[in-house]
Design a binder for this molecule. Structure first.
Ligand SMILES: Nc1ncnc2c1ncn2[C@@H]1O[C@H](COP(=O)(O)OP(=O)(O)O)[C@@H](O)[C@H]1O
Ligand SMILES: [Mg+2]
Length: 287
């Protein structure tokens, strides 16, 4: 018997469905067409087979919240949300269609960027992170799978699926994502602040520079143990051509205690900018 969840819709709201781009544990992403504007879009929705379940209802609330969190954002390095709808209890968000690949896929293909391009990419990610933090939102799931490299070399942060308001009373942390990119405080279930996102960006930078994960492992306990207790080898020991100034930046950015890290995205960004410009890195951690 064909279950509802395996049937592809031909239409959602006014949008025509062109093809499925992604199916995850809880969500689906389609390529769609807005017949009014002839604009191609991406449509993120919940598996209809799960709507009857209690956990499905949580996914609905979560998608609604996701739309509210970044619906008003307008930044070149953050995916743009066009619209949010619910049709017969099925919610969906309409996003700008990103033509490209996730950074995760690029890394899996063994693509290597060179250190200047890697740092440049991370600077653009930090611009996005600074923008969202200024507007009171923490992403909490920054990792290569949620960064899209576009065909025209732009890079955009996607997926506000577990994002939270800074200082929200109900900030929860979750390890439903990929623990190897989460901060120690996030893995421990402690109260989170924006510095958690900066740790995650640093983990991505480490991987771009060295080609290896900062906190590798297949099993969650092993990864947790590394994130909580071990400092990854300085990047220049793995890749001798790297400026040692990057070791210093990453040592700060990957500090276990939030108070020892860069305190905001702009301080992290300036330290990287100094490396690119060849200036001595005065690593400032302002409290
Ligand atoms: N705006 C978009 N344009 C093109 N593809 C997208 C877009 N948003 C998401 N995708 C694809 O769908 C995948 C899952 O989307 P994401 O928002 O990360 O959902 P999840 O919360 O399930 O991880 C992405 O990795 C990407 O391949
Ligand atoms: Mg994702």
């Amino acid at each position: 018997m064909v279950t509802v969840s395996t049937m592809e819709p031909t239409q959602l709201g006014r949008y025509q469905i062109i093809k499925r781009l992604y199916q995850g544990a809880s969500g689906l992403v389609y390529e769609g067409l807005d017949p009014e504007s002839h604009r191609r879009v991406a449509i993120k929705t919940v598996d209809p087979g799960r709507l009857a379940e209690e956990s499905g209802q949580r996914l609905v609330s979560r998608l609604r919240y996701e739309a509210r969190l970044f619906g008003s954002f307008s930044h070149p390095n953050i995916v743009t949300l066009y619209d949010y709808h619910e049709e017969e209890g099925r919610p969906f968000i309409v996003l700008e269609l990103l033509q490209g690949e996730t950074l995760k896929k690029c890394l899996e293909r063994g693509l290597s960027f060179g250190w200047r391009a890697s740092v440049d990419l991370i600077i653009r990610m930090l611009d996005a992170v600074s923008y969202m933090h200024t507007r009171g939102v923490m992403h909490l799931d920054l990792k290569p799978a949620n960064m899209m490299l576009l065909d025209d070399d732009q890079v955009k942060v996607t997926d506000f699926g577990i994002a939270q308001r800074i200082n929200a009373p109900d900030i929860w942390s979750s390890i439903t994502g990929t623990p190897g990119y989460m901060s120690p405080e996030q893995l421990m279930g402690h109260r989170l602040d924006p510095r958690s996102d900066l740790f995650s960006v640093a983990v991505v930078l480490y991987e771009l520079l060295t080609g290896v994960q900062a906190f590798p492992g297949k099993q969650v306990p092993g990864i947790m143990q590394r994130v909580l207790n071990l400092s990854p080898q300085p990047p220049s020991q793995l890749q001798p051509h790297l400026p040692t100034a990057l070791d210093a930046v990453l040592r700060v950015a990957l500090a276990k205690q939030p108070a020892d890290r860069f305190q905001d995205a702009n301080l992290f960004r300036s330290a990287l900018q100094q490396v690119v410009e060849g200036q001595p890195v005065g690593v400032v951690v302002t409290h």
